[in-house]
Write a protein of this length. Sequence first.
Length: 170
Amino acid sequence: MGRRVKGTARITRLALLTAIALTIFLAEAQIPAVTAVPGIKLGLANIVTVYVMFVLGPGDALLVLSARVFLGAVFSGQMMTLLYSAAGGFLSWCALCLLGRLLSRGQIWLASPVAAIFHNLGQLLAAAAVLRSWAVMAYLPYLVLAAVIAGLFTGVAAQALLKRLDKLRP
């Protein structure tokens, strides 16, 4: 973990990271879907979540993720997505917590695909609860494949971000 920052500096750092994640999320939301399967996207805002988990820890990662999910729903005007994003985000965060204990900072790129799979699983479980039907689970194989591909991309990006920012540290 990185050195602990407290007080105003910590709040400022978390606010900045949340703003970055939210900006990425809102920009990505403007990109039209490229597949017929709903829910497939790169999830670029998760680069920030993965980075925060491995550098600042699970508590700060949960704060940044929760703020981004809530504000993303508010700013996009799609409050119904709050339930799905929160369920997916929380399950993904749980997976990252476990992986954060098992993997080193040099293996961030491995954590992201697993977290992406759990994110999609959480969203499908929320959809199954809302619809009161397990039929939505038919999307799971497609979403797992997409999660591995997108997760590898975001994981490699988070790994590169970490290496770059480590070089900037005094």
